[in-house]
Design a protein around this ligand. Structure first.
Ligand SMILES: [Mg+2]
Length: 462
């Protein structure tokens, strides 16, 4: 079955004029081919072969190059915007051309994602729209998206952020899948110039009268959320970057040449480094663990270590036992706040975790204040491998190329149980817990030296 994609190719590329000459931004060449060819090849690979290109500046050049798409194995229709309508405004304007479900790609980003996996997640979530999200390296001055434990979007938080409020480090990356039916009321309301916007949900959208220029990220998704629509936040480490400036263009050209972009797609198996939290990345405060976000403090070198793994193309996966939740010492909300702080502190040093998995359970019952529903023998509490298995599924991880770094014998036993190479660090318990009679493959003074060891070892083996 063929799927539909819309490529928004209206960008002029003012800041890239020196590299572009007369070309519109989406035609900027990478390795001798226009950027838009990469989008079309990606769409074709994943069955999105019904393509609408929305262009504006020098639409003639784009149309002449791609024609009806037959040269590229797809069907292409061209829509020329006569006036700026914004990203969502343009799509709403072409409403009659839309299929029941469609993807939206930005023609001024370089991207390589497993679109099939993204579409399946969208359908499984039964979402009205799905947004690709990723962490960035300036979370405190970015517009952030909040998702719940089921990845449903719960809020859009625009900068500036209040001091002391820790948020997830997730931003809108600019790639969507939408259901046409979810846009009908917006189309009608827009066509009526706002005057017909008398229904409750349109009034609730608080966009009456409709602005002339309607943007997906700034206007449409927040309005859909206010109307109660189900939005999926699809957090992925795959490559999606705005070309923007000559510096970014040069960097992305380098990443294309070195294979970084090709390797980033989740349809290719990924090497990962699993990281314990307490005593490995953050300071161990007491036997009972962290109870508040205020107690969380990164260990020296932890952000550098994670950043080095990010740069080297490893997926970074936090796996942590948090029996403090089952014991009633901390709440779900406070644990979330604690992890938001961890993400923010790492983000401020250009480092990010691709996933955070925690086990809130604890097997021994009978203590005051505990949460009986979490006092169970689960599959996720380390040294069991439930969290590792989740990560393998979520991020297509190749365990034979992966590592585990932790400060306890429980971590090392987990690695052994999962068949992953292990490094015991000297921080935190430094192996002194002696719960399991197991030897690590390597030892290192701290997480930073552990990561250096990983990079050196894997380089040697390549
Ligand atoms: Mg630990």
């Amino acid at each position: 079955m063929s799927h539909q994609s819309i490529i928004l190719a209206g960008g002029m590329g003012t800041r890239l004029r020196a590299r572009l000459g007369d070309l519109p931004k989406p035609m900027i060449p990478f390795a001798g081919r226009p950027l838009l060819e990469y989008h079309i090849e990606l769409c074709r690979k994943h069955g999105f072969t019904d393509i609408l290109i929305f262009s504006c500046y020098r639409a003639d050049i784009i149309e002449a190059h791609f024609g009806d798409g037959s040269k590229f194995g797809v069907r292409i229709r061209h829509v020329v915007e006569r006036e700026p309508l914004g990203t969502a405004g343009a799509v709403l304007d072409g409403f009659d051309l839309l299929a029941d479900q469609f993807a939206v790609l930005y023609g001024d980003t370089m991207l390589n994602l497993d679109l099939t996996r993204f579409r399946q997640a969208h359908e499984k979530a039964n979402a009205a729209a799905s947004l690709v999200l990723h962490p960035n390296d300036h979370p405190l001055d970015s517009d952030l998206v909040e998702v719940d434990d089921t990845d449903r979007v719960t809020a859009f938080h625009n900068r500036p952020h209040p001091v002391g409020v820790w948020r997830q480090n997730l931003v809108n990356a600019g790639l969507y899948i939408l259901e046409k039916s979810a846009l009908e009321s917006f189309r009608d309301w827009r066509a009526g110039g706002g005057s017909r916007a008398a229904t409750a949900d349109q009034a609730a959208a608080r966009l009456d009268p409709p602005p002339m220029i309607l943007d997906f990220g700034k206007d449409l998704f927040p309005a859909m959320l206010r109307n109660g629509a189900r939005l999926l936040g699809y957090n992925t480490p795959e490559f999606i970057k705005d070309i923007g400036t000559p510096e970014r263009y040069d960097k992305i050209a380098g990443q294309l040449a070195s294979g970084v972009i090709a390797r980033s797609s989740l349809d290719v198996q990924q090497p990962a480094v699993f990281l314990d939290r307490d005593g490995t990345l953050v300071r161990e405060v007491s036997r009972d663990g962290l109870r508040t976000a205020e107690e969380l403090e990164l260990l020296p070198g932890a952000a550098d270590a994670v950043h080095a793994l990010n740069l080297a193309g490893y997926r970074t996966v936090l796996v942590t036992n948090q029996p403090v939740v089952a014991k009633g010492f901390t709440s779900d909300a406070e644990l979330r706040r604690t992890h938001n702080k961890l993400e923010t502190l790492l983000g401020m040093e250009h480092a990010f975790l691709d996933r955070i998995y925690f086990c809130p359970h604890h097997p021994e019952k009978g203590f005051p204040g505990e949460r009986p529903e979490l006092k169970i023998a689960c599959d996720c509490r380390k040294p069991k491998t439930g969290m590792v298995e989740l990560a393998v599924r979520d991020l297509n991880i190749d365990l034979t190329r992966s590592w585990f770094i932790g400060d306890t014998t429980t971590d090392i036993q987990t690695a052994k149980n999962a068949g992953i190479r292990s490094i015991l660090v000297g921080t935190g318990y430094g192996g002194g817990d002696q719960r399991h009679a197991v030897a690590a493959d390597h030892t290192a003074p701290d997480v930073k030296t552990a990561v250096e060891l990983i990079l050196k070892t894997d380089q040697r083996n390549q």
